[in-house]
Design a protein around this ligand. Structure first.
Ligand SMILES: [Zn+2]
Length: 354
C-alpha cells in the first residue's frame, strides 16, 4: 500500500491550489470570492412541462429523421448519428510536413435514447429502465471497441440548453473513432504513473480518500458518487466503482445495476437541488480500445454542471480559456452537503416536483 495518507478535510479552501490527480493539473480554489455580487447574465429556468411525445422531435418513436424514421421503440434505443463526426469513409490522409500533421477521422457516432418518453430524464427512469440504458452502453462499447479503427469509445450526455442541447428528449451520444479523447489520454498516463509509483490503482486511491471524507453524496454496493476534493466545478460529481475496473465492459451484472442506480440518484439530487432540471455534461471515462494494456485505467463517470446558482453560469473565461487552468469559487465539502440535503427526508432519494 501507499505511504501517502488521506488529507484531513478542510473547509473553505481559500487561497489554495489542489492537485487533480486524474488530470494531473492544479485547480485554483477561491471560495473566499464566491459571494461576490453577480451583475452578468441571469438564467431563468423554463417551468413548462415537457410532453411525453413531441411530433417535431427527431428522437421520439416513429418520427422522421434525416435518414429514415425511428421505429416504435419501447425501451433504450440506439441509432447511428445522421451527421456523425467520425465516418467509415473518411479519406486517407494527404501529405504533411511533420509539424502540420493530419489523419483520417474514421469511426462512427451513435445516439442512445434513454426511453421513448420525450420527457423522461435519467432521474425519472425506473431502476430497470436505467439498467437497460447501462446495458446498452456496455453492449455498444463492446461492439464499437472491437472495431479495428476505433481506439476509444466516449459516451457523454449534454443535458439542457445551458450546455447547448436543443432537444430535451433524454439521450446521450457515443463517439467511437481513431481519436483517444484528451482527458482519457491523460488519465491513461496518470493511472499508470500512480500505479508505478505506489503499487495501487489511482481510482481506488481517490475512492479511499473520498470515502474517508465528507463529500460522498450517493453510494451503493458497487459505486460511490462524490463531489471530489479537487472538483473543478461547484457541483461536479465523480462516480467511482468500488473495485478497480477500466471499462464498462468489465462490469458484472450487479455492478451495472449499481451504476444505473447511482447515476439515477445523482440526477435526482441535481433536479431536487433547485427544483429545476439541472443542466450538465456527463462523461463516461473508460479505457481506450487501442490494444494496449489498460489494467490501471481509472474507470469513472463525471458530471459537470455549468451552474453555480440557479441563475449563475460558471463562465469559462480568462483563467480557464485564456490560461488553461480551472478556478473553483466554492468549497466541495459544502457543495456535497447541499446535494446530500436534496435527497429528501431520510435520504429517500425521491424526486421533488419541479
Ligand atoms: Zn422526443
Amino acid at each position: 500500500m501507499s505511504s501517502e495518507q488521506p488529507i484531513a478535510p478542510r473547509t473553505n479552501p481559500a487561497w489554495e491550489q489542489r492537485w487533480h490527480p486524474l488530470r494531473e493539473e492544479w485547480v485554483l480554489f477561491t471560495a473566499h470570492r464566491g459571494g461576490r455580487p453577480w451583475i452578468g447574465e441571469l438564467k431563468t429556468p423554463d417551468p413548462s412541462a415537457v410532453p411525453a411525445y413531441d411530433p417535431s422531435c427527431a428522437l421520439c418513436p416513429g418520427n422522421a429523421r434525416i435518414s429514415g424514421a425511428n421505429p416504435a421503440y419501447t425501451g433504450a434505443y440506439w441509432f447511428t448519428n445522421d451527421l456523425p463526426c467520425f465516418g467509415p469513409d473518411a479519406p486517407p490522409p494527404g501529405d504533411h510536413d511533420g509539424l502540420y500533421r493530419r489523419r483520417p477521422a474514421t469511426g462512427t457516432a451513435e445516439v442512445v435514447c434513454y426511453h421513448p418518453d420525450h420527457g423522461k430524464t435519467m432521474a425519472d427512469l425506473t431502476a430497470d429502465e436505467a439498467r437497460a440504458v447501462v446495458n446498452l452502453w456496455v453492449e455498444r462499447s463492446a461492439v464499437l471497441g472491437a472495431r479495428p479503427e476505433v481506439r476509444h469509445v466516449l459516451i457523454f450526455e449534454n443535458k439542457g440548453s445551458a450546455v447547448g442541447t436543443s432537444n430535451p428528449h433524454p439521450h446521450c451520444q457515443i463517439y467511437a473513432g481513431g481519436l483517444i479523447y484528451g482527458h482519457t489520454e491523460r488519465e491513461v498516463e496518470s493511472g499508470r504513473r500512480h500505479f508505478a509509483r505506489t503499487g495501487e490503482f489511482l481510482g481506488q486511491a481517490v475512492l479511499a480518500r473520498e470515502l474517508a471524507g465528507p463529500r460522498v453524496v450517493a453510494a451503493n454496493h458497487a459505486f460511490v458518487a462524490c463531489v471530489p476534493w479537487f472538483a473543478r466545478y461547484a457541483y461536479e460529481v465523480l462516480v467511482l466503482p468500488r473495485r478497480q475496473v477500466s471499462s464498462l465492459v468489465d462490469l458484472e451484472a450487479d455492478e451495472r445495476q449499481g451504476l444505473a442506480d447511482v447515476l439515477r440518484e445523482v440526477a435526482i439530487l441535481y433536479d431536487n437541488l433547485w427544483r429545476m432540471p439541472m443542466p450538465y455534461v456527463m462523461a463516461i471515462h473508460q479505457a481506450p480500445t487501442d490494444g494496449e494494456d489498460h489494467a490501471t485505467f481509472p474507470f469513472h463517470v463525471e458530471f459537470h454542471p455549468p451552474l453555480r446558482t440557479p441563475d449563475t453560469l460558471k463562465y469559462l473565461a480568462g483563467p480557464e480559456i485564456g490560461g488553461g487552468s480551472m478556478t473553483n469559487e466554492s468549497d466541495p465539502d459544502e457543495k456535497a452537503a447541499e446535494l446530500r440535503a436534496a435527497a429528501g427526508p431520510g435520504g429517500a432519494m425521491t424526486r421533488r416536483t419541479r
